[in-house]
Ligand binder design. Structure first.
Ligand code: 7UC
Ligand code: FE
Length: 295
C-alpha cells in the first residue's frame, strides 16, 4: 500500500497497491484516519466483485442496506446501484441518482459515517462527484452567521427527492406523499455538529434535505437564515465556481471513500445518456453522528 497526498487543489489521498485480500488492520486504521482527516481517499486499480466490495465496506464499518429496495443490486442488497444501462432482464438500480447537494442518509436516524463509491461503467464524457467540505464552510461563515447558528437545530427530510417507484404509477399522489412521511419522518440534528473523530465543527445542512432551522426551544427561525447558510456554503452556486466546491472525477478502477459527516456531495452526471453505472456501499462507524451539541 502506497499513499500520496494530492499536490493540486484536489482534496484527498491517493492509494496505490491496496489489496484488501492482504490488507492488515493497521492498513485499514490508517485509511480510516485519512478519511476522517483528509475527507477523500481514492483506492486505485480495484477489481472487486460485488461480494468483495461489500467485504471491503465491512473493514471500515457496518454496511447498511438502503431502505428502498429498488436501488439494491440483484445479488447483494448491501450494494446501492445507480445505473442507466438497458439490460435484457430490465432495469437494475435507479438512473441518475444524487444530482443535488446532500449527505447520504442525512434524513435518517443514523446517517452513514463513510460512503464507498465504485464506478463500474464510466461514460466517455465527464462523470464525477462534486463536494463541499462543510467544516471549511463553517469556518468561513461570517461572524453574524456563526452567531446565528449557535445552539440551533435543523430539520431534514428526503421528501423532495424520493424517486417515484414503478409500483407507484397510478397511485394517488397524496397517498404516496403520506407514505413518504410515515417511512421517512423528518430528523432533527444540531445545525453545527462536532466531528467525533477530529473535533471539527461542521455546518450540517444541505440544499436537498434540510428544510427548516429552529432555535433551542423549537421555534422556527426565518427561512432567510437557511437560505443565507446555503448561499454562503456554496450550495446555491449554479456555476460551481464557489471556492468551497471541489470535484472528483473517476478513472476505471477508482474506488472512492469519503467522510459523509463532513462532506456534502452531488453527482456530476454526463448530460448525454451514455451508459453509466456505479455501485455504492455505505457504512456506519462506532461513533455517534456528533460528539456533542456545539454551543
Ligand atoms: O435517488 C437518489 O438520489 C437517492 C437519494 C435520495 N438518497 C441517497 C442517500 O443515501 O441519502
Ligand atoms: Fe449521495
Amino acid at each position: 500500500m502506497q499513499l500520496t497526498t494530492r499536490s493540486d487543489d484536489h482534496a484527498g489521498i491517493e492509494v496505490h497497491h491496496f489489496d484488501q485480500a492482504v490488507a492488515t488492520s493497521d492498513d485499514i486504521q490508517l485509511l480510516r484516519h485519512h478519511i476522517y482527516t483528509n475527507k477523500v481517499v481514492i483506492l486505485k486499480a480495484q477489481e472487486l466483485k460485488p461480494a468483495a466490495f461489500v467485504e471491503l465496506g465491512r473493514h471500515f464499518g457496518t454496511p447498511v442496506s438502503y431502505y428502498e429496495p429498488m436501488y439494491h443490486h440483484p445479488e447483494n442488497d448491501l450494494i446501492f446501484v445507480s445505473s442507466n444501462l438497458t439490460r435484457p432482464e430490465g432495469q437494475i438500480g435507479v438512473p441518475k441518482t444524487g444530482g443535488f447537494w446532500h449527505a447520504d442518509y442525512q434524513f435518517m436516524p443514523e446517517p452513514f459515517a463513510f460512503t464507498l463509491f465504485y464506478p463500474q461503467k464510466l461514460p466517455h464524457g465527464t462523470r464525477g462527484t462534486r463536494f463541499i467540505n462543510m467544516a471549511t464552510a463553517y469556518e468561513r461563515l461570517s461572524p453574524r452567521l456563526k452567531e446565528a447558528v449557535g445552539g440551533t437545530v435543523s430539520k431534514h427530510s428526503a421528501r423532495r427527492y424520493v424517486k417515484i417507484r414503478p409500483s407507484d404509477v397510478y397511485r394517488p399522489i397524496g397517498e404516496v406523499l403520506a407514505d413518504i412521511e410515515r417511512v421517512t419522518p423528518p430528523q432533527t440534528w444540531p445545525t453545527v455538529l462536532v466531528h467525533p473523530a477530529t473535533g471539527e465543527r461542521i455546518l450540517y445542512i444541505s440544499e436537498a434535505f434540510t428544510y427548516a432551522i429552529e432555535d433551542a426551544h423549537g421555534n422556527a427561525l426565518p427561512t432567510s437564515l437557511l437560505d443565507d447558510l446555503l448561499d454562503a456554503s456554496g450550495q446555491l452556486d449554479d456555476s460551481y465556481e464557489h471556492p468551497n466546491i471541489f470535484v472528483q472525477t473517476y478513472e476505471p478502477g477508482d474506488l472512492v471513500l469519503w467522510d459523509n459527516r463532513t462532506l456534502i456531495h452531488r453527482a456530476l452526471h454526463n448530460p448525454t445518456n451514455e451508459p453509466t453505472e456505479s455501485f455504492r456501499v455505505t457504512v456506519t462507524d462506532e461513533h455517534p453522528l456528533s460528539a456533542e451539541v456545539a454551543a
